[in-house]
Design a protein around this ligand. Sequence first.
Ligand code: TYD
Ligand code: MG
Length: 457
Amino acid sequence: MAKKSTKSVFTCQACGYQTPKWMGKCLECGKWDTLVEETVRAPDRGGRIMSLPGEDAARPVAIDSVETIGEERIFTGISEFDRVLGGGVVMGSMVLIGGDPGIGKSTLMLQALYGLSRENRRVLYVSGEESVRQLSMRSRRIGTDSDCLMVVSEIDLESILAMVAELKPSVLVVDSIQTMFNSDLTSAPGSVSQVREATLRLMLMAKKTGLPVFIIGHVTKEGAIAGPRLLEHMVDTVLYFEGDRNYIYRVLRAVKNRFGSTNEIGVFEMTETGLGEIVNPSAVFLTERSDNTAGSIVTCAMEGTRPILVEMQALTSSTSFGTPRRTILGLDHNRVALLAAVMEKKLGMHLIGHDIFMNVAGGVKVDEPAADLGIVAAVASSFLDRPVHAHTVILGEVGLTGEIRGVSQIDARVAESKKMGFTRCILPQSSLEQSRTDSRMTLLGVSSVDEAMEVMF
Ligand code: TYD
Ligand code: MG
């Protein structure tokens, strides 16, 4: 039984499905011509990922007898980054950072590593994409030179693991997982098997030695991290670095986090000298807003624990063809269609004969029912060609019968609005009753869309 066997499998490069026989179409995801032959040597390590070196196979223990040392964390010093991680880097954790090419993943990780290398911690940056010279040129430019930050250009997984064993860094970054190569497999770097194997081997090491590992992953055109979904299941934390390359703003978003809340975001701006933190995103997203314009309103969205004010814009114009168009950026298309139907029915606005275009300024995405009333207000304001009162923030979820439902964390939202110089807030009646009243802010509670229309203009 101890004999090592070599076998050949066909792996779908789109979804990771494996079959012993070649097929033109993947049975799992239905894509054509994605199966590639790979030779695999059966791995000789058992399922002992979690046991420590020198220990035999793991044995069940009573949960209350486990000695917890408390989650040990170290900090990058970039507060936006630390917060998204759930309060610093957890020892032995494995973090996947995904994002489009050129968005700034390598820059972000270089800066984070530099932060971690303070206090004389030795850290290692492995790049399979750039030469050491390129890395050092970039590092000079963004001011992350340090004698504790080691860089190497390498794609061979065995050599990297050997390097780590010798150097014993406190943190490891692998840029990118798609360039890693394991000679046990015949397929090319970037193929599903290579990516999966590299991730597994690195994770094994992270869990055994307590070394935090960051892996950078490319994102496919469809927006998923290239390689199997499995990758996302394997790691502890998945962060996406996103943003429109036409804007300088970048958002780091936690999609999965075993050590903290998802929904947390960190906001950065790309400058000539690397990424800068944006501590007050509301101010940034509202800078170019002009008061008293029809179709523009401000709402307050919660991103994790943090309230952010955003401007939503709507434009309505009469339909020139039969079916009205709904072109929506940054908001849920179905949500807008649903709210347009409520407005048609409850407010008697003839939107069926109008195209609706909506946008959230600054390339931000808002995905929260609390923005409903804001959407209604923006569309109504453009439709009626009447600006909403100046310095007003609009909050509330809208139901199908036109009722306004309460929103969460009302005090945080009102406080942020006040901080940004707003003086009026239209909010659900039920939330008003829950909130601690604030004398310097006019709070207008409404319980239906008709009522909201009355106080809006
Ligand atoms: P990079 O970190 O290489 O992106 P990724 O690793 O995600 O592919 O960053 C690429 C872009 O960032 C590049 O087009 C130039 C820009 N950039 C700056 O504007 N300022 C800087 O200081 C740096 C380092 C990059
Ligand atoms: Mg890069």
